[in-house]
Write a protein that binds this ligand. Structure first.
Ligand SMILES: *[C@@H]1O[C@H](CO)[C@@H](O)[C@H](O)[C@H]1NC(C)=O
Ligand SMILES: *[C@@H]1O[C@H](CO)[C@@H](O)[C@H](O)[C@H]1NC(C)=O
Ligand SMILES: *[C@@H]1O[C@H](CO)[C@@H](O)[C@H](O)[C@H]1NC(C)=O
Ligand SMILES: *[C@@H]1O[C@H](CO)[C@@H](O)[C@H](O)[C@H]1NC(C)=O
Ligand SMILES: *[C@@H]1O[C@H](CO)[C@@H](O)[C@H](O)[C@H]1NC(C)=O
Ligand SMILES: *[C@@H]1O[C@H](CO)[C@@H](O)[C@H](O)[C@H]1NC(C)=O
Ligand SMILES: *[C@@H]1O[C@H](CO)[C@@H](O)[C@H](O)[C@H]1NC(C)=O
Ligand SMILES: *[C@@H]1O[C@H](CO)[C@@H](O)[C@H](O)[C@H]1NC(C)=O
Ligand SMILES: *[C@@H]1O[C@H](CO)[C@@H](O)[C@H](O)[C@H]1NC(C)=O
Ligand SMILES: *[C@@H]1O[C@H](CO)[C@@H](O)[C@H](O)[C@H]1NC(C)=O
Ligand SMILES: *[C@@H]1O[C@H](CO)[C@@H](O)[C@H](O)[C@H]1NC(C)=O
Ligand SMILES: *[C@@H]1O[C@H](CO)[C@@H](O)[C@H](O)[C@H]1NC(C)=O
Length: 400
């Protein structure tokens, strides 16, 4: 506005500039008569309507009284000095970090379109309720959203798929419902997707397989149904995959074996059927493998013995048959081995005695026969040993 036009402006242009200046001067007065924001805080009066500070103060005014007092620094001073606000060199709000301070209110009065420079939004561990406004989709620079541990309800807006710069999305521990929008597949830079502990239903969209940057995927404790999409095998950088405590059915896709970076895999407490794919032998970095409480059948693949980094292996409460593979003796770092409540038969392999780190061993409620191997006596760190409800006999050599 202050720049001098290179050519002499015609009358029309000068006229436009004059009107523009007039409007700018007028705005503070217009805004003072506006809305709850103006009434709730004198600060609003000096703030230009449609500015970032205006948007923030309007939201503050919508929160409950106690929350407003938590934000007492949101006053006439420059908004870049307010608690929880981070700005860039141009004084544009880039960070809104208000975690764990007991904020109570909704997001409906937060005009996201007035905060276009926002990169990081952290509202975790508060008392925020209501729905996630679809307007959030206008934050094109947003790299991180953490709204976990609140009382948000309603569906995840489809517009979330517009946030193509997102790297971390954490909406865990809320009351979200609806299904996972397929638009999520657009978030090519997403590395963390945490949606656990909600009431999300429907199936896991196969578009999740498009999130090739993902390292952490946690959808546990929801009401997801349907089968695990084979496309999950595309997520080659995935280190943790938590899908436990849903109602997933069908078999474990063979493609899980393509996730060679996995360190933690939990599919427990679902309705999975079929056998455990031998392809899991590729998961050489796996530290924990939880498959308990499903309806898996067939035998335990002897390839399990290749997973030498395992510390925790739990396959309890399934319908596994056949014998316990001797290869299990390779798992020198194993501290817990839970294979109880299946239909395993044959004898306990004496290689179990090679699992020197074992602290907890449960083989109870199976169809195991013959004598308990004396080698179990070598497990000096064992604190729990459950062998009940089998057809085992006690070898006298154990008594020595
Ligand atoms: C909030 O404060 C206003 C004005 O001080 C008061 O009228 C209102 O009752 C308060 N609301 C609650 C829920 O405390
Ligand atoms: C605004 O808030 C800050 C931080 O709480 C405080 O230091 C300052 O005095 C306040 N300014 C006004 C004008 O109220
Ligand atoms: C904003 O967040 C980023 C990423 O967490 C952080 O590096 C930066 O220090 C924060 N800036 C401010 C002003 O809070
Ligand atoms: C979720 O909603 C239910 C019923 O509406 C409510 O009882 C529960 O407290 C809510 N949980 C959270 C974390 O908001
Ligand atoms: C995704 O990340 C790459 C590499 O960091 C970056 O060049 C690209 O701009 C990002 N894409 C979006 C949509 O932010
Ligand atoms: C996977 O991880 C590697 C190593 O950290 C990285 O170079 C690569 O860009 C990642 N791939 C994707 C699709 O993010
Ligand atoms: C989700 O599943 C839980 C436990 O299975 C059940 O109590 C709850 O009613 C279900 N919620 C919905 C929305 O289906
Ligand atoms: C698992 O499947 C069985 C039989 O198909 C059904 O009765 C049961 O309700 C299902 N359980 C869950 C948690 O979905
Ligand atoms: C295990 O298999 C038996 C017989 O095939 C069947 O009756 C039972 O329902 C199955 N149990 C589970 C948990 O799938
Ligand atoms: C077993 O555990 C030790 C000590 O934590 C570790 O150094 C080693 O790398 C582990 N072995 C494997 C195969 O992961
Ligand atoms: C256990 O073995 C007995 C005898 O072989 C057989 O009759 C029974 O069906 C088996 N039970 C299970 C749960 O597999
Ligand atoms: C047994 O436990 C002790 C004490 O916790 C530990 O120092 C030792 O490494 C363990 N032994 C094995 C073989 O894991």
């Amino acid at each position: 506005m202050a720049s001098v036009p290179k050519t002499a402006p015609n009358f029309q242009a000068v006229h436009t500039i004059i009107i523009f200046v007039f409007v700018i001067i007028l705005i503070p007065f217009v805004s003072s008569s506006d809305s709850a924001a103006a009434r709730a805080s004198p600060a609003t009066k000096t703030v230009v309507k449609q500015s970032e500070a205006f948007a923030l103060l309007k939201w503050k005014a919508s929160l409950d009284n106690q929350s407003q007092s938590l934000l007492s620094s949101w006053n006439e001073s420059s908004h870049c000095t307010w608690v929880g606000i981070g700005c860039n060199d141009a004084s544009k709000v880039t960070n809104l970090t208000l975690d764990s301070i007991g904020l109570r209110g909704t997001l409906s009065s937060l005009n996201f379109s007035l905060l276009p420079h926002l990169v990081k939004l952290d509202l975790s561990n508060n008392l925020i309720y209501g729905t996630i406004p679809s307007q959030i989709g206008s934050l094109s620079r947003l790299a991180s959203i953490n709204a976990s541990i609140n009382h948000l309800s309603g569906p995840i807006p489809t517009h979330i798929g517009m946030l193509r710069s997102l790297v971390d999305l954490d909406l865990s521990a809320n009351n979200l419902t609806g299904s996972i929008p397929t638009s999520i597949g657009n978030l090519e830079n997403l590395t963390t997707l945490n949606l656990y502990e909600n009431s999300i239903f429907g199936s896991i969209p196969q578009e999740v397989g498009m999130l090739r940057s993902l390292t952490h995927l946690a959808l546990s404790r929801n009401n997801l149904t349907g089968s695990i999409p084979a496309s999950i095998g595309n997520l080659r950088n995935l280190t943790t995959l938590f899908l436990d405590a849903n109602s997933l059915s069908g078999s474990i896709p063979r493609e899980v074996g393509l996730l060679r970076s996995l360190t933690h895999l939990s599919l427990s407490r679902n309705n999975l059927t079929g056998s455990i794919p031998a392809s899991i032998e590729n998961l050489r970095n796996l530290i924990t493998l939880y498959l308990y409480v499903n309806s898996l059948s067939g035998s335990i693949p002897q390839e399990v013995g290749m997973l030498r980094s395992l510390t925790d292996l739990a396959m309890s409460w399934n319908n596994l048959t056949g014998s316990i593979p001797a290869s299990i003796g390779n798992l020198k770092n194993l501290t817990t081995l839970f294979l109880d409540a299946n239909s395993l038969s044959g004898s306990i392999p004496q290689e179990v005695g090679m699992l020197g780190s074992l602290t907890d061993l449960a083989l109870s409620m199976n169809n195991l026969t013959r004598s308990i191997p004396a080698s179990i006596g070598k497990l000096r760190n064992l604190t729990t040993l459950y062998l009940y409800e089998n057809s085992l006999s006690l070898d006298l050599s154990l008594k020595k």
